[in-house]
Ligand binder design. Sequence first.
Ligand SMILES: [Zn+2]
Ligand SMILES: [Zn+2]
Length: 464
Amino acid sequence: MDDESAGASTLTPAPKRAAVLCAQIEDEIISANLGSGHLLGSESELSQRYDVSKAVVREAVRLLEHRRAAVAKRGRNGGIFVLASARDMAISLVCNYIDFAGVSTRELNELRGPLEVLAVERAAEHIDDDDITKLRALLRTSRGGGRPWLNMHRALVAASKNPALDVLLGAILDSIWKRVPVGIIAPKGTDDDHTAIVEAIIAGRAADAAVLMREHLNTLARQTTRGTVTTPRPMAKLPARLAEAIAREIHSGGHVPGDVLGSEADLLEQHGVSRGVLREAVRILEHHGVAAMHRGPGGGLVVGRMSSARAAQAVRRYLDMMDIPSGSLSEVRNAIELATVEYATMRLSDQDRKTLLQHLEFEDAERSDQLEIGYQFHRVLSRMTDNRAIELLADVLSSVQGARVSEKGDPGALLDAMHRAHGRIAQAMLDGDVAVARRRMTRHLQDGVDPLVGPSRSTGGSAA
Ligand SMILES: [Zn+2]
Ligand SMILES: [Zn+2]
């Protein structure tokens, strides 16, 4: 009783339930592939369908509006309407994680490289006449930089015809784009680079396209890896901008989960905004698990433990809905595993060396009958990359595959072969030999001796 200060609870209608409802509506849009303009229903219809109060519906809709996922229209033909497609919704949830978890431009660029190279290799195989028309038109209109830069890279990903790459790399490109300062022009030679890449793809020269893309990205990275400053999107409303500002403060201040950022009164004074704006910003932060307002003595805005589970769940739903072939998933997964072993080897600390050896001992002792143990080795490696974008995508893909892969072959023999392969990869890492580590990882992935999947999770469950 005491720890709930009188006025606050009545002014804040059940923020947690609104966040849950918001996630339910997002899932509904993704699973049913609802398009922009689809009427979800009136406020009272949603309140009945989800068995919550109208106040909770209103708050959930406001969270959806901040992300431009849905919009409430008043009047005779009013109601709650979908704004974003299922694909855009999945992308925006991954972008939200990237932004609110404070993933840096360095981390994004490190993952972008291997995925964009994979995209042009696949595009050289799968490109069709429509893509060719589109890419050539973009080459004509994109001269001089600006937003067409993003459109060109997006079009190349689309031409790869891989929905997993489309949604995951799409989110990374969007996140990088948001950080490019307004008004910046594309580096010299960009148009020529794009032309050469597109022509190599059209000619079916996959290896050339890959080399050209790698060189192009090196040029870009030299010009855009300046800090982790996120330029606020011009269309974001004040509460969303405030939420992002507080999230940046959490990351730049080195705060850890459990830290108290200040009371509501402190934050009002610090940011010079109205109580209504602050509370809405806090709801956005709570929705993403960045921070939560704790009431009562010793309370205040407390830094939370952010989880990528929500983003992973949205992508999993989207890929299930798209019913993509497992080969498309594996090729993205393999690109990420190679980036993982490369960065983990480059950044192997003394503690990582111990962890690696301990994990191999654990695997040796425990591998008798659990297939999931193979995945744990790869997860241990992804934690050594010092790259949360890599960690996030590896988690997302293993959870997607987890729902699909079943046991195959003789588990005992598979697990022995897997354990030997892991030992050889680890040895190359301990030797600091990136090339050999990558080569052994490639062979390990080709052998397919461990299914690389995470714990299978129930499809209906909420973020764990
Ligand atoms: Zn480019
Ligand atoms: Zn393995």
